[in-house]
Design a protein around this ligand. Sequence first.
Ligand SMILES: [Zn+2]
Length: 87
Amino acid sequence: MKNISRTVTLYCPKCGGSAFKSLEQLECSLNEAPGDTKIKCCNCNFNCLKLELIDTNKEVIDANIKEVKKEAIKEIKQEILKVLKRR
Ligand SMILES: [Zn+2]
């Protein structure tokens, strides 16, 4: 069976960096590590639990989705207006 890996990019709440390493020895990749794994930002050394980082990032992800939706609605509106003007 093929190993399907989902890559979740998490961002450091302090510096915005996306490179993290584990403070513990891991037998799997950081993506598969449990939520209580202590991780550290490679850029600013900010450390927290993987779970906490995911939680922080959820807000960021939600905000991003809202932004994307807003942009999409704007574009659709513009497209509709263009079409209407052609008539
Ligand atoms: Zn950082």
